[in-house]
Design a protein around this ligand. Structure first.
Ligand SMILES: [Mn+2]
Length: 296
């Protein structure tokens, strides 16, 4: 039976053109066993990746939070021109928005098909505590009924193997949230691992949750909740210098313009989900420069 959501998806599929049409149709009709299989295949690929990816390339597209924004997701995949460039997604694929299952399934399928070109970092919403309150778990219960548990566990296994960070051309650090308090060297994050289902290690947790603030020098408590910090320009500058990096790119906060440059260019926030009044944007990183690209 077609429900409102399927009709909505069909509209997207028509608008998004032929390249992804077959894949989207396949993904939107996937049942329990196919979904679990897709997760298991992607789990195998992700578990070979280290917690901190080292990426070397001429051109790379960075995509921020999606939260079920299928249109931004497909626009980003088309824009990325895989084969010529790589694409790194900064996490928060699920919860909140209307097409969470299609977004995550499409990205998992793309990761399977293009393991050396598509990279999926972990966001704070790739965890059970967030999915419990912000929609993804409920969606799976509605979609799979009493069978939801097996599918959800397969997704959680995938989430737990997503890398926490990427280093591009030894110069730019990519994460979902930001700089963790007490993190001095990137190697510490590599040693901390990927955090399991619900990251408890402080450095892993804060990498997924922290925000930058120009009102702070070093670190201050973050109103988001206990254990989360705001990091200032002084802290970031020290970290970048110690690790011989030029800048950090992160997502996690809806910024209306779709991007925001802080700390005199040491940090960029990029946001790709259109459901907060945000102009969905991606960041193209070239060897010596960067460009903002609309995903509208
Ligand atoms: Mn987030």
């Amino acid at each position: 039976m077609k429900n409102a959501k399927n009709i909505n998806l069909a509209k997207h599929v028509r608008r998004l053109g032929i390249v992804f049409r077959d894949m989207l149709e396949k993904i939107s009709s996937m049942g329990r066993d196919e979904t679990v299989r897709l997760c298991e295949e992607t789990f195998e690929k992700l578990s070979m990746e280290p917690p901190v990816l080292k990426l070397n390339c001429e051109k790379l597209l960075v995509i921020g939070d999606l939260h079920g924004d299928l249109e931004s997701c497909v626009n980003a995949l088309r824009l990325a021109k895989l084969g010529e460039a790589k694409a790194v997604f900064l996490g928060d694929y699920v919860d909140r928005g209307p097409h969470q299952d299609s977004v995550i399934n499409l990205l998992l399928q793309m990761k399977n098909d293009n393991p050396d070109e598509i990279f999926l970092l972990r966001g704070n919403h790739e965890t059970p505590s967030m999915n419990f309150s912000y929609g993804f778990l409920n969606l799976l219960v509605r979609k799979f009924g009493k069978d939801y548990g097996k599918v959800y566990e397969a997704y959680l296994r995938v989430f737990s193997e997503m890398p926490l960070a990427g280093i591009v051309n030894e110069r730019v650090m990519l994460v979902h949230g930001g700089l963790a308090k007490g993190l001095e060297r990137i190697e510490e994050l590599e040693k901390a691992g990927k955090g399991g289902f619900e990251p408890e290690d402080k450095k892993v947790f804060e990498t997924l949750w922290n925000d930058p603030s120009e009102d702070v020098e070093d670190f201050s408590p973050n109103p988001r909740g206990p254990g989360i910090h705001c990091f200032g320009g002084k802290a970031l500058e020290r970290f970048l210098k110690n690790n011989n990096l030029r800048m950090m790119v992160r997502s996690h906060e809806p910024v209306l313009q779709g991007y925001r440059i802080l700390f005199n260019g040491l940090l960029i926030t990029i946001f790709s989900c259109r459901f907060y009044g945000v102009k969905p944007t991606a960041l193209e990183l070239n060897k010596e420069k960067y460009l903002f690209k609309s995903l509208e």
